[in-house]
Ligand binder design. Structure first.
Ligand SMILES: O=P(O)(O)OC[C@H]1O[C@H](O)[C@H](O)[C@@H](O)[C@@H]1O
Length: 915
């Protein structure tokens, strides 16, 4: 907040003026540490310094933003009440008091109070604020308070905050929704406006460039607000310079989530004459102090470095790491995060790098300051690494998807700070340790897919913070303890088979079987389809001709614009010195230059960018997604890519590599030659139309029965079922990632492909988190969007379920989510299906192509019920993806069991009829 060259008239001054009653007033002019545009005329708060938010924070009440205290004139208090514990040695201090008795304040906040504030500055640079609020009402009142401290920093991108890790916070940018901080430190790459709850009493702000640390110490203030408006909001604030957001950061000690309830001081206790603490017991006493530490250069944590190098030598990862004895570990080493003064390693993340064998003893166990350890998706084996018992600060432990075996440790109480524990997909056996019940901070426990046996210990009900648990697919047996039943059935699948695990979704309005599809009706449909087909044939030819033209023009434009031109990328590469980041197990051997030299063809334009097919010199084809409107900074982007790339599942299209620079963000996937489910279902006519009309017409027509592109092979029922089940499995897997919080955010048939077994395989996941908030799309995608999603960043797992339901309806009806009738009427698929089913014409909804198969009506109706349970309006009434997988599999299994029946019976199942 301090401009570098401060001119004389901008130097801070103090003016003493008198108000209309003759009382002295102190006015700060150009206060240091405030915005150059700060308006320091009462009743306006100064943007800078430490405005006191009281008795309300933000707009969480009926008062103006942040209450009135910051807008009032405070008096210098000549005879402040005693503050017995205050040591005035080496300190200068001032006492201020606020006792508003004016009519306006009493009207909006009808409570009598005194707010005494002592501000002291010590020789060592420690600035302390002690607030004492006294209720002189006859009734208790509640209030919130925040010391809205503006720190002056070198550059917001160079600063980090520590002390907030693992805390829950309310995000003001997401309707005060509650999240958990996953990072070890907080860095800044976009707007932030959060209230961290129940924080420790010390929080630190590190300014690397200035080598300066602010320590914020607080007492009686459970919360911490972190705020930076970033560019757009800064421009909207008239009293903040457009660029000043870069040099400020607000970190406030506060009491917000639970307002403070203050009882009145009894009249008998004389406030001024009774300095003893007794009188204050009924008042509030908060203390807020700021230390400034100018720090020097940091040493490398050499002990930790040696431990890691030993670990690396023995575990021989297949993916090479840039760990080198001579490079600074805290700055360069992949997967390593250090603490603020770079004296210890606090996080080690080495997912999916091909680590082998047992974790060598006396290596990682020496990293005694470790808070996060992720060695997931490697080939680590042997017993549970007991050496980890020495890591007392461990909060996140991820060892899933390895080959560990043997029993789990008996005593989990050594990891008192554990928040998340994932040991799934290993070969652990023995019982579930009862000592887990002592982990009071544990929020997520995943022991799924192991060989654990015995019963689920009842004492685990003591896990008071637990938000998610997965014990499925072990050899555990019932009875199921009652506390477990508050979690979804998928969490305990396979335990206590005598218990009903799944509540089927509510029945759709009708269950009428499609008995009305008689041969005559069928013939009529076929004839009309044939006529319709003829009618559009000429049009299709015309389109094909145009489409070829359009593609060429577009590619040409792309080169011209520099989209994939090698020259431009070459220079960018030099500038950014960035490389393609490949994921473990990726067999591709090209680099960015090769990729950019490849011939590119547009495959499609989606919500988040354009996808190209790139054919490399060695004839490898890959799909490259070029993202537009990425809002995340490099670090967040990379983190998200690591999450996405870490998902290895047969029903999720694997992200092979990514690239991030200032101007360009790319994602590389395998290329699926058979095309997307959208093209299999609707043919390429739709795509051609979309391209042709892009920007002119929002809704594409001609996707009704019959108008489905030339040479399209009809999709049989079995393939449609496999697409649906596969895609559901893929989405269910995605929903498990990132502690069960990952959202796909863009489910539609053009993002689903067929894997080698011809099951659905989903792509384009997890991008909403890194993109700018987008308004609801006004195109084809709109048909997939759940009604509650007002912008793309608000997508949730339940909105994914909705979108998946629309894909199911698409598979069942053969119609696009938004299409037009011959009379140009715009049809919304979900509404249309509802109306048809309501009129008891259920049979009418199904794709005519499916009518050539016999004995599938029952299944189609069941799948329709499932689809309709996904597209209900109320998100919390939609089933979970894992439940959907089970439901659909049971529909599919029934057919499979019929198919394995003797030949005569089997011939009556899902095979095309002779008609
Ligand atoms: O502009 P002001 O009223 O000073 O408020 C500035 C900021 O204060 C807090 O940090 C709030 O959480 C933000 O939502 C608000 O924008």
């Amino acid at each position: 907040m301090e401009p570098s060259g401060v001119s004389d008239e901008k130097r801070p001054t103090v003016d003493l003026v008198k108000d209309k009653n003759g009382t002295d007033q102190v006015l700060l002019k150009n206060p240091k540490g405030a915005s150059v545009k700060a308006n320091s005329k009462p009743p306006h708060p100064v943007r800078g310094g430490i405005p006191i938010c009281f008795p309300q924070f933000g707009t969480r009440g009926s008062l103006e933003q942040h209450g009135f205290a910051r807008n009032k004139m405070w008096l210098v208090e000549e005879n402040p009440p005693d503050l017995p514990s205050f040591d005035s040695t080496d300190k200068a201090y001032v006492d201020l008091v606020l006792k508003p008795s004016d009519e306006e304040t009493t009207r909006i906040w009808p409570h009598s109070f005194e707010f005494h504030l002592r501000v002291s500055l010590a020789l060592d640079g420690n600035l302390t604020l002690i607030s004492r609020v006294r209720n002189i009402n006859s009734k208790p009142f509640s209030f919130s308070i925040a010391y809205h401290t503006y720190f002056s920093i070198s550059d917001i991108s160079e600063v980090r905050v520590e002390g907030l890790e693992t805390l829950d916070y309310l995000d003001n940018l997401f309707d005060k929704e509650r999240f958990t901080e996953q990072g070890d430190t907080l860095t800044f790459e976009s707007e932030i406006d959060r209230v961290y709850l129940n924080s420790r009493d010390v929080v630190a702000v590190f300014d690397h460039e200035r080598k300066r640390t602010f320590l914020i110490k607080k007492e009686g203030l459970p919360d911490v607000v972190v705020w930076n408006p970033w560019d757009k909001k800064a421009r909207a604030l008239t009293d903040l310079g457009d660029e000043e957001y870069k040099h400020m950061l607000c970190v406030n000690g506060a009491a917000i989530e639970k307002p403070i309830n203050l009882k009145p001081v009894p009249l008998s206790s004389s406030f001024h004459k009774e300095p003893a603490m007794e009188a204050w017991r009924l008042s509030l006493w908060t203390l807020f102090s700021l230390y400034l530490i100018i720090s020097g250069a940091k040493a490398d944590p050499s002990q930790d470095k040696r431990a890691l190098l030993e670990f690396l030598t023995i575990t021989r990862p297949t993916r090479s790491l840039n760990w080198n004895e001579t490079t600074p570990l805290c700055k360069n080493w992949t997967g390593v995060t250090c603490n603020h003064n770079e004296s210890r390693i606090i996080a080690l993340r080495l997912p999916a790098i091909g680590l082998n064998g047992q974790i060598p003893p006396n290596t990682i166990s020496r990293l005694s300051a470790l808070r996060v350890l992720s060695l997931r998706s490697n080939r680590l084996s042997g017993p549970f690494p007991m050496g980890l018992a020495g890591l007392k600060d461990l909060a996140f432990l991820y060892l899933e998807d390895n080959d560990f075996s043997g029993p789990l440790p008996l005593d989990f109480s050594v990891w008192k700070k554990l928040v998340s524990l994932n040991l799934s997909n290993n070969r652990f056996n023995g019982t579930v340790p009862v000592s887990l019940s002592g982990l009071k901070r544990l929020q997520s426990l995943n022991l799924a897919n192991n060989s654990l046996s015995g019963v689920v210990p009842d004492v685990l009900s003591g896990l008071s913070s637990l938000k998610e648990i997965d014990l499925s697919n072990n050899n555990l047996h019932g009875p199921l303890p009652s506390w477990l039943l508050r979690f979804p059935p998928s969490s305990y699948q396979g335990i206590g088979d005598d218990v009903t695990h799944f509540q089927p979704p509510p029945e759709p309005p009708t269950r009428k079987k499609p008995k009305g599809v008689t041969k005559t009706v069928f013939l009529l449909i076929v004839i009309s389809v044939a006529i319709l087909l003829l009618a559009v044939l000429a049009f299709v030819f015309a389109l094909c001709y145009l489409r070829r033209k359009v593609t060429i023009v577009k590619d040409h434009k792309l080169q011209k614009k520099g989209g994939m031109s090698p020259e431009k990328f070459d220079s960018r590469m030099e500038e950014a010195n960035n490389r393609l980041s490949f994921f473990e197990g990726c067999s591709y051997s090209f680099d960015l230059e090769d990729l950019l030299r490849a011939s590119a063809e547009i495959l499609g334009k989606g919500t988040f960018g354009t996808t190209y097919k790139a054919v490399l010199e060695d004839a490898t084809s890959v799909a490259v997604k070029r993202l537009k409107d990425v809002a995340a900074g490099k670090r967040d982007f990379e983190q998200q890519m690591e999450i996405i790339g870490g998902i290895k599942h047969e029903n999720v299209v694997e992200l092979k590599a990514y690239y991030y620079s200032k101007d360009e963000k790319l994602m590389v996937y395998d290329y699926f030659s058979s095309g997307s489910v959208a093209s299999l279902l609707h043919g390429n006519v739709l795509l051609a139309l979309v391209r042709l009309v892009s920007g002119l017409i929002l809704v594409t027509g001609l996707v009704g029965a019959g108008n489905r592109g030339e040479n399209r092979v009809p999709l049989d029922w079995e393939t449609r079922m496999k697409i649906a089940i596969g895609a559901a499995k893929g989405i269910a897997r995605i929903h498990k990632e990132n502690n069960g919080k990952l959202v796909h955010g863009n489910i539609k048939s053009s993002n689903i492909f067929l894997n080698s077994e011809r099951y659905g395989c989903v792509s384009d996941l997890g991008l909403t988190a890194v993109m700018s908030a987008l308004a609801p799309p006004i195109s084809r995608q709109a048909g997939y969007r759940a009604p509650e999603v007002t912008d793309t960043r608000k997508s949730s797992q339940l909105s994914d379920v909705y979108s998946f339901g629309v894909v199911l309806l698409e598979l069942l009806t053969g119609k696009s989510p938004i299409h037009t009738t011959a009379g140009d009427e715009i049809i919304h698929l979900v509404r249309w299906v509802h109306s048809v089913v309501r009129e008891e014409w259920t049979a009418e909804v199904f794709d005519v192509e499916l009518l050539r198969y016999t004995n599938i009506e029952e299944e189609m109706v069941e799948m329709l019920q499932i689809a309709m349970s996904c597209v209900v309006k109320a998100p919390d009434q939609r089933p979970k993806m894992s439940d959907l997988v089970r439901l659909m599999e049971s529909v599919g299994n029934r057919r499979a069991s019929l198919e394995t029946k003797p030949e005569k019976e089997a011939s009556e199942t899902s095979t095309p009829s002779e008609t």
